[in-house]
Design a protein around this ligand. Structure first.
Ligand SMILES: NC(=O)c1ccc[n+]([C@@H]2O[C@H](COP(=O)([O-])OP(=O)(O)OC[C@H]3O[C@@H](n4cnc5c(N)ncnc54)[C@H](OP(=O)(O)O)[C@@H]3O)[C@@H](O)[C@H]2O)c1
Length: 268
């Protein structure tokens, strides 16, 4: 139950008709994994787009994330049931704790245990964490066991490579999902990425996504444009050389985009 699709569709920031169109286009093009979250406010739109697509539930991999207001034991399961109703499904494939939120009053062990209960109840096939550093991942492992944690979804891009955390997760056998792999578009104008893309007759986005896939990460890029959704998917066909990978490794610059105060941990 631990395998997570390598390629999925992100939906952060996308609302209403924009997300409905993005999911419809994605499903038509062959995307089968969709990443949403309670806080994105778009689960009902995602559910509507899926229902209209005619794609069988068994063929989909749906991820949602519990928002920090719902970490208390009496709130987590009902909130996930609310997400399922919006998504028009009986279960999701993966549910993540969205942020460790060290200051929000619910101890990590309590919300991880509540999440494990949601899995026991069959509301989610897998559980995992997002934005956890090494120390908090260790605490999550202590709470529910290593094998129960399907992934840690973290910000990783050529400008933020998180080697220490990634090395730890890979040593522990916890799958890595990269979010904002394209650094919300910021890496796409990089001259090194551009030169590699020209050599392969590929797009910069394909190069960046192929880099992450070759490192063993799952990716969930988002796009409002059908042509970008289509070309991003083709990144799975691109093979970068060791020299390409080394050039991208050298682009590290601690370029973190997302670190909300009160929610983010002390980054490694
Ligand atoms: N766990 C968390 O805390 C967390 C935090 C952030 C994000 N996420 C997840 O990760 C997903 C991905 O992150 P993201 O959406 O913030 O950023 P992203 O995927 O790094 O970048 C999306 C941006 O890149 C552009 N883009 C996509 N493909 C492109 C292409 N081929 N050529 C040029 N531009 C392209 C898109 O513009 P166009 O629309 O114009 O194509 C959009 O502006 C989110 O949607 C969300 O599901 C999770």
């Amino acid at each position: 139950m631990r395998n997570i699709p390598a390629f999925g569709l992100g939906t952060f920031r996308l609302q209403g008709q924009v997300v409905i169109d993005s999911v419809r286009n994605g499903l038509e093009l062959g995307y089968r994994a969709i990443d949403t979250a309670q806080i994105y406010g778009n689960e009902a739109d995602v559910g509507e787009a899926i229902a209209a697509s005619g794609v069988r539930r068994d063929d989909l991999f749906l991820t949602t994330k519990i928002w920090v207001d719902n970490y208390a034991r009496d709130k987590l399961v009902p909130s996930l049931e609310g997400s399922l109703a919006k998504l028009r499904t009986d279960y999701v494939d993966l549910t993540l704790i969205h942020w460790p939120a060290p200051g929000n009053g619910v101890p990590l062990e309590a919300y991880m245990t509540a999440l494990a209960e949601a899995k026991e109840k069959g509301l989610t096939r897998r559980i995992g964490i997002s934005n956890f550093n090494i120390e908090l991942t260790k605490q999550a492992i202590a709470a529910v066991g290593k094998d129960a944690i399907a992934t840690n979804q973290i910000e990783l891009s050529p400008y933020l490579q998180g080697r220490k955390l990634v090395d730890f997760l890979q040593r522990e056998g916890i799958h890595v999902t990269s979010y904002m792999t394209l650094a919300y578009g910021k890496v796409l104008g990089d001259p090194v990425i551009g030169a590699i893309a020209r050599r392969h007759q590929a797009t910069p986005a394909q190069v960046v996504l192929a880099w992450a896939l070759q490192l063993g990460y799952s990716v969930i890029p988002s796009s409002t444009r059908r042509e970008n959704l289509a070309s991003n998917l083709i990144a799975q066909m691109l093979r970068l050389s060791d020299a390409d990978m080394a050039q991208i490794a050298a682009l590290e610059r601690n370029g973190r985009q997302v670190s909300p105060e009160g929610l983010a941990p002390q980054w490694d």
